[in-house]
Design a protein. Structure first.
Length: 237
């Protein structure tokens, strides 16, 4: 056993129980995790309960086409996956980011292969000071390291401090983040004519990533896709 493992023993990324190696998931948590696998909607990434055939799009994407090109996500926001999100976001568990990014890389391979750069959803500067780090930026940083894609953490900024989205209605979430993002002055060339992959930790109603996408497109992005670690279905919100 390594000395470092005596000081910082390897624990499950989902529940904190002892495991055989760092970044591993115990058997109990592994059974809880619902990975988003095909078949799913090619636009919104929503899993289908049956296989409707290749290239199918869900009714939600047809009725309300998103402003982004496509969404991919690694897991359903429930159980151990929810614990991982909360650990990274609220409990300073930065050690979770490499594992989470690895699962995102597998889920979003088509988006990663086609993008020109990776951009995280930013925090407002006051919230960043309080939290001391941006969980979406940590995920984006590890994805860029794994794939070699340009990482642009300073390109998109949050121009107004919004309320927390938790507990708000769909309309309330949209109103809360309307005009909340902008491309930082002097960084327009990062976006203009580029295919951008936008990174966030959880997709719920899409209000946040939609507002960020509009800002990127306003600055000249030709395509914006979204990749998240987890997706909150109606049953898990």
């Amino acid at each position: 056993m390594r000395i470092v493992d005596l000081v910082y023993p390897p624990i499950c990324v989902g529940c904190g129980s002892l495991t055989g190696r760092h970044g591993a998931v115990c058997a109990s948590c592994w059974r809880e995790i619902r990975f988003v696998e095909r078949p799913y909607c090619e636009v919104l990434g929503l899993p289908f309960s049956y296989d409707p055939g290749p290239g199918m799009v869900c009714a939600q994407a047809i009725a309300h086409p998103p402003v982004f090109t496509r969404l991919r996500t690694a897991t359903i926001f429930d159980g151990a996956a929810r614990n991982m999100v909360h650990g990274l976001k609220y409990r300073d568990r930065g050690d979770l980011a490499p594992t989470m990014a690895g699962w995102m890389e597998r889920a979003g391979r088509d988006c990663l292969d086609s993008c020109d750069a990776i951009v995280p959803v930013p925090l407002h500067r006051t919230r960043f000071v309080l939290r001391k780090f941006n969980q979406s930026a940590e995920l984006a940083r590890h994805l860029a390291k794994k794939t070699g894609k340009p990482y642009l953490p300073a390109t998109l900024v949050r121009t107004k401090r919004t309320r927390r989205q938790v507990g708000l209605t769909v309309q309330g979430r949209q109103d809360n983040v309307r005009a909340a993002f902008a491309v930082r002055p002097g960084h327009e060339a990062d976006v203009f004519g580029k295919r951008i992959l936008l990174i966030d930790d959880v997709y719920t109603t899409g209000a946040t990533v939609s507002a960020a996408t509009r800002s990127l497109k306003k600055a000249g992005a030709v395509e914006v896709s979204v990749l998240t670690f987890a997706m909150a279905l109606a049953e898990t919100i």
